[in-house]
Design a protein around this ligand. Structure first.
Ligand code: PBG
Length: 324
């Protein structure tokens, strides 16, 4: 009549639960995405991401030092150029004086090798049309012409001190092209965290404000369709064959099944990106008093680790690292 098997025994006290926890979350697992903006003289809070800022070079440096002091595994830098500096080719991405390259040099000179400095290798912040690549005359995103731009961007970022590049544009062949370009420039030591399985997602909405995106329309001709699962492991296999040093699944929370698939097959470290919309949803619900903010953050990060991420990119990296 009464049960013999009682799983509740192992849930009885916090100490027992801690002893038997299968998944761990440590500061080194967390990577902080950061935004550095040109033409501002004070950090600017992003309206749709309360608590996240577009940084000046000085505030970037300070926030990165705080992240490192909290023990995070690394930082991922995005550049926000002045609107008048955008053009069809995204010239600011390859200009050594472009804001992202200046930000990288600042981080490198302040932090050296004390953390892992990563750079977003994608044109969308720098193009006046907001797409991740250059366009054909007909307005389509031109895969192969874009690869040439990515190679130049990658070399400029490596020259500026990035340890790892994050190609996030979902162009076919981007990892191989960047690898060849880096090697030809003598940057054999600079690796790639490939955004291998990146889905076209409505949850990127707040990021578009964060980087002042000019995009009209969507990215469905290059980012993956959320209906597809097998395609993600195919994309990962291609990136591995092209020389990816690590792979990423993005977004995280609506794609935990994909993350598990990738973790099961990948011989290299797997990252997942808890994106802007995930941040904003939890933040907004907590601001309304509808959920316990800190518990929800920790639960979300734990679920991403449990699904198979070695590394989690999250806007809460510094704060969460401080709790752990
Ligand atoms: C593209 C890029 C995007 C994000 C990271 N890299 C935007 C997009 O694909 O539209 C989204 C990150 C986020 O939403 O937090 N450079």
């Amino acid at each position: 009549m009464f049960p013999v098997d009682r799983p509740r025994r192992l849930r009885r006290t916090p100490a027992i639960r801690r002893l038997v926890a299968e998944t761990s979350l440590q500061p080194r697992h967390l990577v902080l995405p950061m935004f550095v903006a040109d033409g501002i003289d004070a950090p600017r809070e992003i309206t749709s991401m309360p608590g996240v800022y577009q940084h000046t070079l000085d505030s970037l440096s300070k926030a990165a030092e705080e992240a490192v002091a909290a023990g995070v595994g690394g930082v991922m830098l995005f550049g926000v150029p002045r609107p008048e500096d955008k053009d069809a080719d995204g010239s600011g991405a390859t200009d050594p004086q472009g804001i992202l390259n200046r930000g990288l040099r600042r981080l490198k000179s302040d932090l050296g090798d004390a953390t892992v400095i990563m750079a977003d290798t994608c044109l969308d912040e720098f193009t006046d049309h907001g797409h991740c690549g250059v366009l054909t005359e007909g307005g389509a995103v031109d895969n192969d012409a874009t690869l040439t731009r990515y190679v130049d961007m990658a070399v400029a970022q490596a020259d500026s001190g990035a340890h790892l590049l994050g190609p996030s544009g979902m162009m076919d062949g981007q990892v191989a092209a960047i690898r060849a370009g880096l090697d030809a420039a003598g940057h054999h030591d600079v690796g790639q965290l490939a955004y291998s399985a990146k889905y076209a997602s409505a949850f990127y909405g707040p990021f578009r404000e964060a980087v002042g995106s000019s995009l009209q329309g969507d990215r469905r001709t290059y980012q993956q369709d959320s209906a597809n699962r097998r395609e993600a492991t195919y994309e990962v296999e291609l990136d591995l064959a092209e020389g990816a040093d690590m792979v990423m699944v993005k977004p995280a929370m609506s794609y935990l099944d994909i993350l598990r698939d990738v973790a099961n097959m990948s011989p290299v470290p797997v990252a997942a990106y808890q994106i802007s919309g995930e941040y904003s949803m939890i933040t907004a619900a907590a601001q309304n008093g509808w959920i316990d903010r800190d518990a929800a953050i920790l639960e979300s990060l734990t679920s991403i680790r449990r699904a198979g991420a070695d590394i989690v990119l999250t806007y809460w990296a510094t704060e969460a690292a401080g709790w752990l």
